[in-house]
Ligand binder design. Structure first.
Ligand code: ADP
Ligand code: MG
Length: 784
């Protein structure tokens, strides 16, 4: 012990000498001057004292005031200065890997050291740190995993949990675990950092921990909403009358009431288009104003026809206006699309005029640095960013912000690196935060690409991720990260979900075979936790892979996770229904109709007739596009998990076997089963839970007099006085026996034998053969 102590003491003295030398050097002095200019510096002594006296403190302050880069550094510096540098070990968590890396790099530079010396980082699959690293930036997921094996965090002296205002799932998990740890580690210090002023909530959670606010200053930012932007460009809302947007109904589910009816049609298409921002091939010269304008030209029928989920816009930059432009977009796909189109533009693509950069979760470090740098004179910096630039990264010279109003990146890397599925509306708090990015150095301007009435309909704050994530998925995530009972764990959360609902979710996960009787994650459960989709649909995907009919199942699952691409306009119900049933070819399946519609759309796209195709068949091109991109995401994840064969042919050997595809749909949607009751001239449907149910008007099965299957499987039911079932697929007895319920979640060997006996009686011969062949593989996956 004492030898070790001596070594550390010597090392501490070295650290102190090096630190002093840097602070006295010319560059070190310059850096220190900058650091002293940050608002956090004013509070330095108060902070150090509070941390010395309390086990937990909560700190809030405007983005950019110096929380992340300065506060952990203050502690590090003061420990080093007091000759105890080698004894301290500070961890600071970040919700995103990119910010962990960027911040570590920055703090190293502020200390005049290479990365990986005193300061390092660790994110999934990557890290730079050494034996002298005493301040480590890591993702919250990394710390969670560390807590799995090192329950007491031995050797760690300070933990910072950053960006807690975002209420990310990992942060909320971390707080549960750390709160439990504190009494066992009296010497450990916990510092929570947040951008907005909801410090009370966190303080109360930790028994009234002291809070400190770092006051900051920002310049006013003028907000422009869509109608203002359009006015500036010479358009007004009445120019859009001709847009037929009957397909947009669902998007307005929450906003509908707040939008005056007669204006709804005019702006819906615009708003949706604004959520997917891209650059226009058409460029309107001749407006004369000093703004950065994102100009929607989705408005023109002519462009609407060539529309393929990406809309067109242009950024107009008046060259004698100073300041960088920050564009908030939903995700990498949209960013790279807009970037390519901007690069091809004669004015905006000219590197002597525009420095075009992107900022998102997977950008290269070299690009990252450019974001913070000043562009050459007369060159305008334009940054296309995800909501990452909202709070965790600060770019000082932004004067113009363009906000598309949506965000996708709400789930974080560490939980298996799962991307979030679809862009959704942000909250008012996020919109304000985005706007605020424009006012750091001078008064700024913000362009919200949605009407004011939509902003007013946004939620005030975003729900914590823990309450936003569907419980089935949430429980699966917890199991993939932690040992112990899910219910006990969640009941200790800052804002816990309903215990009964949690229990239902756990029961459900057991039922589908993702958890075993003792609530342990099964092998199937591990795969399901990697898929960012409802576990039962995830299971359908996995089954689709195992039973070699991947492609159609991929379309079904993507379709069920997005929304129905078949439109049902009130005034054209009959036509639309007829159009849909053309895809059904007497196979009594909405799911297969969806597969055909999607495949037809792909063909039409290749031939350049996608627009007519959608129009003729009452299909939403946007939804099909979303299904398409989701298919890609799922494929990527399944490949990454090593589940999917590299050779596409193998995965699809049985894709043309209809019985097999039905069987897999059944395995995923069970227990959504209705029996088909035929009586002389009429037909009705019954489920165990509800008695009689009705088919949704747009179901292909609603158009038949008789259905030649005894059962329908369905994914969703809706109760409006009576119960309606939505999409359904006819299945045989044998499919239900073999793929519904117990078997599909893995059964005991005895049960298996019994089922084999049934096969001779019931099965379609082709199905039986495949089934027996693949059974072994299935068993391996489900039981191991
Ligand atoms: P907070 O965590 O409070 O949002 P930060 O500690 O991240 O603030 O940043 C404080 C200040 O440090 C920023 O306002 C910015 O001026 C500067 N800064 C942060 N990161 C960098 C960087 N990579 N390069 C240059 N300056 C930076
Ligand atoms: Mg920060």
């Amino acid at each position: 012990g004492s030898v070790m102590e001596k070594v550390l003491q010597r090392r501490s003295l070295q650290m102190r000498n090096m630190q002093r030398a840097w602070l006295e050097s010319p560059e070190g002095k310059k850096m220190l001057d900058f650091r002293k200019s940050l608002p956090a510096f004013q509070e330095k002594e108060r902070l150090l004292q509070a941390i010395a006296r309390n086990q937990v403190i909560v700190i809030s302050g405007e983005t950019g005031c110096g929380k992340t880069t300065q506060l952990p550094q203050y502690i590090l510096e003061s420990e080093i200065e007091s000759g105890r540098g080698a004894f301290c070990s500070i961890i600071c968590t970040q919700p995103r890997r990119i910010s962990a890396m960027a911040v570590a790099e920055r703090v190293s530079a502020e200390r005049g050291e290479p990365l990986g010396e005193t300061v390092g980082y660790k994110v999934r699959l990557e890290g730079v740190k050494g034996k002298n690293t005493h301040l480590l930036f890591c993702t919250s997921g990394i710390l969670l995993r560390r807590l799995l094996s090192d329950r007491n965090l031995n050797g760690i002296t300070h933990v910072f949990v950053d960006e807690i205002h975002e209420r990310g799932m990992n942060e909320d998990f971390l707080l549960i675990v750390l709160k439990d740890l504190l009494p066992r580690r009296r010497d450990l210090r916990l510092i929570l950092m947040s951008a907005t002023l909801n410090a009370e909530l966190f303080s109360n959670y930790f028994g009234g921990a002291p809070t400190i606010h770092i006051p900051g200053f920002t310049h006013p930012v003028k907000a422009h909403f869509l109608e203002d932007v359009l006015e500036m460009t010479g358009y007004n809302l009445t120019s859009f009358n001709q847009i037929d947007d009957y397909g947009q109904e669902k998007m307005w589910k929450t906003q509908r009431q707040l939008v005056p009816r007669k204006r709804k049609n005019q702006i819906t298409a615009l708003v949706e288009s604004a959520s997917v921002v891209a650059c226009s091939p058409f460029w309107r010269n001749g407006f004369n104003h000093n703004y950065v304008v994102l100009l929607q030209d989705a408005l023109h029928k002519s462009n609407f026809e060539s529309y393929s989920s990406r809309q067109f816009c242009a950024i107009y930059v008046e060259s004698n206006d100073h300041g960088a432009v920050l564009v908030f977009m939903t995700g990498w796909e949209d960013i790279s699309c807009l970037r390519d189109q901007l690069k091809a533009h004669p004015l905006l693509g000219d590197p002597n005029r525009v420095l075009l950069l992107t900022c998102h979760g997977s950008m290269a470090t070299s690009e990252q640095k450019l974001i913070f740098e000043k562009p050459p004179p007369n060159v305008r910096k334009i940054i296309l960013a995800t909501n990452m630039a909202e709070a965790s990264i600060t770019i000082n010279d932004i004067v113009f912000v363009v906000d598309c109003g949506k965000a996708k990146e709400t789930t974080y890397d560490a939980l298996n690196n799962t991307p979030c599925l679809l862009p959704s509306w942000i909250s008012q708090a996020s919109a304000r935060q985005r706007r605020g990015r424009a006012g750091r150095v001078q008064p700024g301007e913000c362009y919200h690409l949605y009407p004011r009435c939509v902003y007013e309909a946004f939620a005030e704050y975003q729900l914590p991720e823990l309450l936003r994530t569907p419980l089935n998925s949430l429980c699966l995530q917890i199991k993939s990260l932690l040992v112990g009972r899910i219910g006990d764990f969640l009941s200790a959360a800052l804002q816990p979900p309903e215990p009964l609902a949690v229990q239902n979710a756990v029961d459900f996960l057991k039922m589908i075979g993702a958890l075993d009787e003792k609530e342990n994650l099964t092998n199937l459960g591990k795969y399901l936790s990697m898929l960012p989709v409802d576990p039962k649909l995830g299971k359908m995907l996995v089954m689709g892979v195992i039973f070699r009919c991947f492609d159609p199942i991929l379309t079904v699952v993507s379709g069920l996770s997005v929304r129905d691409p078949f439109l049902l306009p009130q005034e054209k119900k009959d036509l639309a229904g007829a159009a849909k049933s053309r895809f059904s070819a007497k196979d009594y399946s909405d799911h297969m109709a969806l597969v055909r519609a999607y495949e037809g759309w792909k063909d039409a796209e290749r031939e350049g007739s996608a627009y007519e195709y959608c129009w003729r068949n009452f299909l939403s091109a946007q939804t099909l596009q979303a299904i398409h991109s989701l298919r890609k995401q799922f494929t990527f994840i399944l490949k990454d998990a090593g589940l999917l064969n590299e050779d596409g042919g193998t995965n699809n050997k049985l894709s043309h076997n209809q019985a097999m595809v039905r069987a897999i749909i059944c395995s995923g949607l069970f227990p959504g089963i209705a029996s088909v009751v035929h009586r002389e001239t009429s037909m009705s449907f019954k489920t165990m839970a509800d008695g009689q149910v009705f088919l949704y008007a747009n179901s292909v099965n609603a158009r038949y007099q008789t259905i030649s299957y005894p059962w329908l499987v369905f994914g969703e039911k809706v109760k409006v006085n009576t119960v309606f079932i939505r999409d359904s697929t006819g299945i045989s007895d044998s499919i239900l026996i073999l793929f519904g319920g117990a078997l599909s979640c893995g059964v005991q060997a005895g049960h298996m034998k019994m089922l084999e006996g049934y096969i001779d009686f019931f099965m379609d011969p082709s199905l039986a053969e495949c089934y027996l062949k693949l059974k072994e593989e299935l068993d391996k996956l489900l039981h191991k």
